[in-house]
Design a protein around this ligand. Structure first.
Ligand code: PLP
Length: 351
């Protein structure tokens, strides 16, 4: 692939902390025009010029993905379920009438970019290289229609543990006013507009002392959906329960991995409608023993407090992760870093 070299490389950080704040020297860019993609190239990470009339700025025809690469003490570089991310990106592109890049071509480009930047991948426990592929419309006219020009870009960000306090529980607020998505909309796709629409509820929840909101379904506000950057699991009466994918929930790859890991270890997982009343009743009776979120950034995020108006429920032991959440975190990060064997074929090695 064509590589346009940086004049000067950046200094790599000694210790990586935080999420999404620093970026590597290079990025991948591929452009679509006249009904086809160009060859794609690796270029220095830098500002991208857009005309003020660029369609992405006006109508938000854009999608993204998030995945991680890990480098272990043996120097192995490992990508987790990358093909699944590009497959999901295809569905997002389709929903917004955007052209897509072939999954194996996207994976090939990513492997080449990561190989070039492998020294940027941190090795300390809990750290990784966060990968952000995204695509956006870039027509230079204001008509509302599917654009004719697009850019597909991949940027890389060495990242510390997602939550500043590490693998520690978070507090969720049951959101009863705002909705994230409804059936027929774009909730099941990683399209950029979903996130802008969710910021307000998150800000209010944070002012009230919570970390994130627990979204309910858009039509009845009766059923649990997800957390907005994480899918959600409950341990209720000894069973693991998670909302079934229903057309408005984002089909998380971590969610899918958790379901497969639990099933393989003989744990029953119910994917079904989960009413919020069932959850608050379980919190009151003590039948609800664990809540945890799943997503690429945090992997597993235990939840120890659930707020509902003036009520606040403590779930499990305050300040610590539940048993199943802890086991899943250990298993998933073990597979990701190569400490445990990859029985599901989830890892792509970049040697
Ligand atoms: C990305 C995302 C998730 C988690 O998906 P993963 O593939 O596990 O990272 C969950 N919900 C929403 C809305 C998301 O954007």
């Amino acid at each position: 692939m064509k590589i346009i070299k940086c004049e000067k490389l950046k200094r790599k950080p000694q210790v990586v902390s935080g999420f999404g704040k620093i970026f590597t020297d290079y990025m991948y860019v591929r452009e679509y025009a006249d009904g086809k993609w160009d060859e794609g190239k690796i270029v220095p990470f830098d500002a991208m010029a857009l005309l003020p009339c660029s369609s992405i700025l006006h109508y938000g025809q854009g999608v993204f993905e998030g995945l991680k690469a890990y480098r272990n003490e043996r120097g192995e570089v490992r990508l987790f379920r990358a093909v699944d991310n590009f497959k999901r990106m295809r569905t997002s592109c389709d929903r917004l009438c955007m052209p897509f890049v072939d999954e194996s071509e996207a994976l090939g480009a990513l492997e080449e970019l990561i190989d070039l930047e492998r020294e940027w991948i941190p090795t300390e426990i809990g750290t990784s290289l966060y990968i952000r592929p995204f695509m956006f419309a870039d027509d230079d006219s204001l008509g509302v229609h599917a654009a004719k020009k697009y850019k597909f870009v991949i940027i890389l960000s060495p990242s510390g543990a997602y939550y500043s306090h590490g693998f520690a529980p978070v507090a969720l607020k049951i959101e009863r006013e705002y909705v994230r998505a409804c059936k027929g909309g774009t909730g099941a796709y990683k399209v950029i507009g979903n996130y802008a629409a969710s910021i307000k509820a998150g800000e209010i929840a944070q002012r009230e002392g919570y970390d994130q909101v627990l979204w309910l379904d858009g039509s009845e506000r009766k059923y649990v959906e997800e957390v907005g950057a994480m899918n959600i699991f409950f341990v209720l009466g000894g069973k693991v329960v998670t909302p079934a994918l229903n057309g408005s929930i984002l089909p998380g790859i971590t969610r899918d991995s958790v379901v497969k890991l639990l099933k393989a270890s003989g744990v029953t997982v119910e994917e079904r409608l989960v009413s919020i009343d069932e959850i608050t009743d379980g919190a009151k009776s003590g039948a609800l023993t664990e809540i945890f979120g799943t997503g690429t950034a945090a992997v597993i995020s235990p939840v120890d407090r659930l707020g509902d108006g003036s009520a606040d429920y403590i779930v499990g032991k305050r300040g610590s992760a539940g048993e199943i959440a802890g086991m899943l975190f250990d298993r998933l990060t073990g597979i990701q870093t190569g400490r445990l064997s990859d029985d599901f074929g989830w890892i792509t090695r970049i040697d």
